[in-house]
Design a protein around this ligand. Structure first.
Ligand code: C5P
Length: 210
């Protein structure tokens, strides 16, 4: 490989994307959000009027860079569809080469669920970023422009937490490359850390290994 591979895995809305982007910038490496691959496949299945739990391999095989740059991939319905297509071994298999090739030339930082366990089991650095469901729900709520002081904030937060937890349970319990902590991953609990502190801890660990 032309450079180091850094795997950033963890549950939904734990801050993987923020960390992985900053890590890539700090280390001068390309960055790939692998969740976008599954979101784009889920989006294509929905667009075709198909239940995303039905075989979606053909959408994964036909995926183009433009599909991944669509602006409508960050919605809750697409997240759920992504999780459903991501449980299909044939969909996962169709996306492996894309992810490996991305890192071939210069190395890369990749965030997802199975980067350190299935895509790059020999990654130079493995991080698993996590936080309590309540913290993750609040972060995603605020990120979506939610007002935590609004009258319905408690209900919305509870719904958000339930949706994230349901997706995590599905991602962790599927047979094909389930989300789990790699044996040699460094786990960072981010409940009491801000983005800057998470980056500092990740860089400290990465620099020991690079
Ligand atoms: O990270 P993000 O929330 O965008 O991922 C959407 C869904 O894609 C996840 O819930 C998971 O089911 C799937 N995914 C995956 N493996 C990855 C990245 C995402 O299965 N490496």
């Amino acid at each position: 490989r032309g450079g180091p591979v850094i795997a950033v895995d963890g549950p939904a809305a734990a801050g993987k994307g923020t960390l992985a982007r900053r890590l890539a910038e700090a280390l001068g490496l390309p960055y790939l959000d692998t969740g976008l691959l599954y979101r784009a496949v889920g989006r294509l299945a929905l667009d075709a009027g198909q239940d995303p739990a039905q075989p979606a391999e053909k959408f994964a095989q036909a995926l183009t860079p433009a599909d991944m740059q669509r602006k409508d991939l960050r919605t809750p319905d697409v997240a759920l569809a992504a999780s459903k297509v991501a449980a299909q071994p044939a969909v996962r298999a169709a996306l492996v080469d894309t992810q490996r090739r991305f890192a071939a030339e210069r190395g890369a930082v990749l965030d997802g669920r199975d980067i350190g366990t299935a895509i790059f089991p020999d990654a130079d650095v493995k991080l698993f970023i996590t936080a309590s469901p309540a913290t993750r729900a609040l972060r995603r709520f605020l990120q979506n422009g939610g007002d935590a002081t609004a009258a319905d904030a408690q209900t919305l937060l509870r719904d958000m937490e339930e949706a994230l937890s349901a997706r995590d349970r599905a991602d962790a319990s599927r047979d094909s490359a389930p989300m789990c902590v790699a044996d040699d991953a460094h786990v960072i609990e981010t409940d009491t850390l801000d983005a800057q502190a998470v980056l500092a801890e990740a860089l400290r660990f990465a620099r020991e290994r690079l």
